[in-house]
Design a protein around this ligand. Structure first.
Ligand SMILES: [Zn+2]
Length: 425
């Protein structure tokens, strides 16, 4: 195996100057043995390989998707064949999808500019989302307010929408999206949710008015604004597939900390990297990052959150703690039951199938994740969503799937919110 890895590294280096110039592909690998999983894990740890792991090697049941720079395609395919690891190409031409996404956004921005109508079936940049929030607050000022919870590393404001019918520090529900910058469907879903909650309240559509009579809802549409802006800077893979924030690290050539490995929840344990060039770099110490510190401070000082939901993508998973360890959480039976019923509610709309389980068992071991942090601080009803799809488009989910995704996700979120209201603790 060592020999093959060395050969792979050499072949990849030869073509290094072509990086990002050719057509990247996304390969799906179906590991068939523990040995295959070990090989893939080792490959992922090799940050110099230039491979972008979209999903991780956990078990033989779950596929591993890797975006492979054009320059490494030959070497990787050869490496996999020599190790008898089967693979298929799931995205043949990443750049083609990137170009299509960009064209759609440009076209949509022009239509929105002319009509002055916000299109929920389109992806938007940070400025447009922040403007949308202001418009929403202005038209529902009896319900929604915008809370500035602090600034990012690059000094952008971080906003939370507060939905409240009044009262001091009522029990509350937290929802965030976009902690990982490239997971655009999470931001777009949160935008739709904000509008839906406001509209349902205005039109007195169950169960929103009764939920809001008992609890406040806090919704953060863009948890990683710097990273999100970076994904819009160009439509090259290096920008569009950026995951972390943008802070400087101890390595002059690598920016960014994985905000979902930086929380004070078993920080520094297995399932996060100490290498600043890794996609899951945890940062120098727990809550070193402004973005994490601001959210943690806000939730801690509020001190009455009863539910914590965080939206990511992709793989259609609804998860509960833990991520850092493979043992069941104390509330496992209840959390599993709630997640299962939420999954069924989601399925009822378009027949989209989700899997339910802990982060550890469904994605991979992850230390310093926000979900564990919330749960370990006593927020029992903590759930993480990995939204559509299961790999046909991965992070490049076409915009015409935004509204269907958001609508079905709302079915699950609605179920969880109502359950939380009905089960005070
Ligand atoms: Zn994510």
């Amino acid at each position: 195996m060592r020999l093959y890895l060395a050969v792979f590294a050499l072949l990849a280096a030869v073509h290094c100057e072509e990086l990002f110039n050719g057509r990247d592909q996304v390969l799906r690998i179906n590991a068939e043995s523990k040995n295959h999983i070990q090989i893939l894990k080792k490959l992922e740890r090799d940050v110099d390989s230039g491979l972008d792991f979209w999903t991780h090697a956990v078990s033989t049941e779950q596929p591993v998707d890797i975006r492979v720079p054009h320059s490494s395609l030959y070497a990787l395919k050869d490496f996999l064949k020599k190790n008898n690891i089967p693979f298929t190409v799931i995205i043949n031409n990443v750049q083609e999808l990137l170009d299509r996404e960009r064209e759609e956004m440009v076209r949509n921005a022009e239509v929105e500019r002319q009509t002055k109508i916000f299109n929920f079936a389109a992806y938007h940049d940070l400025e447009t989302i922040y403007n949308f929030m202001d418009t929403l607050v202005a038209s529902h000022s009896n319900l929604i307010s915008k809370v500035n919870i602090g600034s990012t590393y690059e000094n952008r404001p971080m906003y939370v929408l507060k939905f409240s019918t009044g009262g001091e520090k009522k029990p509350a529900i937290w929802i965030d999206a976009g902690m990982h910058a490239r997971e655009w469907i999470s931001h777009a879903t949160a935008v739709w949710l904000a509008d839906r909650i406001a509209t349902d309240f205005k039109k007195n559509r169950a169960p929103v008015p009764s939920i809001l009579s008992q609890m406040d809802i806090y919704l953060m549409i863009v948890a990683n604004p710097d990273g999100y802006v970076f994904t819009h800077l160009s439509f090259s893979p290096i920008n569009r597939f950026w995951r972390k924030n943008r802070s400087a690290t101890s390595s002059p050539k690598c920016n960014g900390v994985d905000l979902n490995r930086n929380w004070d929840a078993e920080f520094g344990g297995p399932g996060a990297s100490d290498d600043p060039c890794a996609e899951d770099y945890r940062g120098p110490f727990a809550q070193s990052e402004f973005e994490v510190k601001n959210i943690a401070k806000f939730i801690t000082s509020h001190s009455n959150f009863k539910s914590f939901m965080t939206l990511h993508s992709y793989m259609q998973l609804l998860m509960y703690p833990y991520g850092y360890i493979g043992i069941d959480a104390l509330d496992w039976p209840e959390l599993h039951d709630v997640a299962t019923k939420a999954k069924i509610a989601l399925y009822s709309l378009h027949g989209t199938v989700y899997k339910v389980g802990s982060i550890f068992h469904k994605i991979d071991q992850a230390s310093g994740a926000s979900l564990d942090w919330a749960y370990l601080r006593g927020i029992k009803y903590s759930f993480a969503f990995d939204l559509r799809d299961t790999g046909e488009y991965g992070f490049l989910l076409p915009a015409d799937q935004i509204v269907p995704t958001a609508k079905e996700t709302w079915f699950a979120i609605k179920y969880i919110m109502k359950y939380v209201c009905d089960h005070p603790y």
